[in-house]
Design a protein around this ligand. Sequence first.
Ligand SMILES: [Fe+2]
Ligand SMILES: [Fe+2]
Length: 275
Amino acid sequence: MTRILHVSDLHFGRPSVPAQVAALEAFIAREALDAIVISGDLSQRTRRAEFQRAGAFVRRCEERAPTVVVPGNHDCAWWSAFLGAGDRYGMFARYREYIRSDLEPRVSIPGATIVGINSAHGIQSYTLTTRPRDLSIVGAVRGRQWENVRRAFSLAPPGDLKVLVVHHNILRGKLSNRWGLASRAFGIVDASYTGADVVCCGHDHEERVEEVEAARRKVVVSTAGTLTDRARGGRPGSWNLIENDDGVLSISLYEWSDAARDFTRARVSTWTRRA
Ligand SMILES: [Fe+2]
Ligand SMILES: [Fe+2]
C-alpha cells in the first residue's frame, strides 16, 4: 500500500486557520505516509514571516516522508517581473530561500513516481487573459514542462502510480466556474498526454476528486481544498489522502469538523486501475 497525503493552499498568514494546521501536523506525525504532496499557495502575500511559518511546516513534513512541494501564484512576487522584463528569478527568491530552491521537484518512492511542475509564471505574454482580475492569478504550463513530465513518467518503473503535482486547478471549478490554467480545457488533455495516473492540484479552494477522460485515457484528478477561512462557499477546510493498493486506487477526503476539532474522513472515491 502506498499512501500519499495531498494538501494545498495553506496560505500561512491571515487566512490560515492554526487549529487546522495543528490537526494536520498531528495526523502527519502519527500516521505512516510514503509521501506528502503540497500543491502550492504556501504564503498569502509572499511575506517573510509567512514563508518562515510555511518553511517550518514543510520541514516537519520532510521529517516524516519525502515531500513534493510546488509554488502557487500566492508564492510568486509577480510584480518583480512581467511580460518578459524585470527579474524573473526574483519572483521566487523568497520561496527559494524558505521553501525549496527547486520549483519542480521529483520523488520516487516504492510504487509511485511523483513529479511537480510550476504553473505560477506571474504575468507573461502567454498568461494574458480577458479577465483583468485574473491577470496575476491565472496559471500556465509551457510545452517543454509537459514534455519533461512525460519523459520522467516514461522512465518510471512499470506499475508505478504516476502522480503529477501542479498548483492551478486543471478542471473548471464547480462553484467558481473558473479554469486555473490559461489553456483552460486543454490543461487536462496536456496532463493526460504526460501519462499521469493522478493529477494533484489546488488553487480553487474547493475540493474535487473525480476521474476524467482526456486524450483517450482516464486520469484521476485530486483537487485539494484549503486550510484557511477562504474555502469556497463557506466549505470546511480539507485535504486528501491518496492510497494505492495492488491496483486499487482510493482517495479519501478529510474535512474539518468544528465538533471534533479535527479532520474526519468525509468520503472515499475508489477506482480499479487497469493493468
Ligand atoms: Fe490559494
Ligand atoms: Fe492559487
